[in-house]
Design a binder for this molecule. Structure first.
Ligand SMILES: [Zn+2]
Length: 171
């Protein structure tokens, strides 16, 4: 309770403990409290008058129930948010793993292409002699190597696509 009970004053400011309460909507808030002296001075019997102690107790009980309900709901909400957070963490971890895998794949891809380039730098005299005799033109070689690289890139892209699809499904 924000207010202090000992600071409560009755409607006529008698500076006595509050004894009764007028539970009427029309009565102003600061006129609702009555001390013993107020009660003695009452000209007629007031309807809707309740014991201050009873009212205070009832408000206190209601307040306890309200706090319990709010606490219960807040704890429930926090638990749900906690679960969501865990899922998000897992998702983040999974996506990071997938991205790392994709990055590793592109690294492998680059290395593989570099190795192929290296293979063409090294040549066998006898093989090339064969090619000369069989009149394998540079144009033919160019088409062959172009097709070969295309196939290779295709195979890397397919495996990359699979991972991308998996990643999209996760998201
Ligand atoms: Zn009074």
């Amino acid at each position: 309770m924000i207010e202090k009970e000992e600071e409560f004053v009755c409607s006529i400011n008698h500076k006595l403990p509050i004894y009764m309460i007028v539970c009427k909507k029309k009565v102003e808030k600061n006129k609702r409290l009555l001390c013993n002296q107020c009660m003695d001075n009452l000209e007629s019997n007031l309807n809707n008058v309740m014991s201050f102690r009873k009212v205070a107790l009832s408000i206190e009980e209601n307040q306890k129930i309200k706090v319990k309900q709010v606490e219960y709901n807040i704890i429930k909400n926090i638990k749900q948010i906690d679960e969501l957070q865990k899922t998000l963490h897992q998702l983040k971890q999974h996506i990071t793993q997938q991205l790392n895998q994709l990055i590793r794949n592109t690294d492998e891809w680059i290395k593989f292409l570099q190795q192929i380039g290296q293979q063409y730098v090294n040549y066998s005299f006898f093989e090339e002699l064969d090619n000369l005799i069989n009149k394998v033109s540079i144009q033919q070689f160019y088409i062959q190597s172009f097709n070969y690289l295309n196939q290779l890139n295709q195979s890397f892209m397919v495996s990359k696509d699979n991972q991308q699809i998996e990643l999209i499904q996760v998201i």
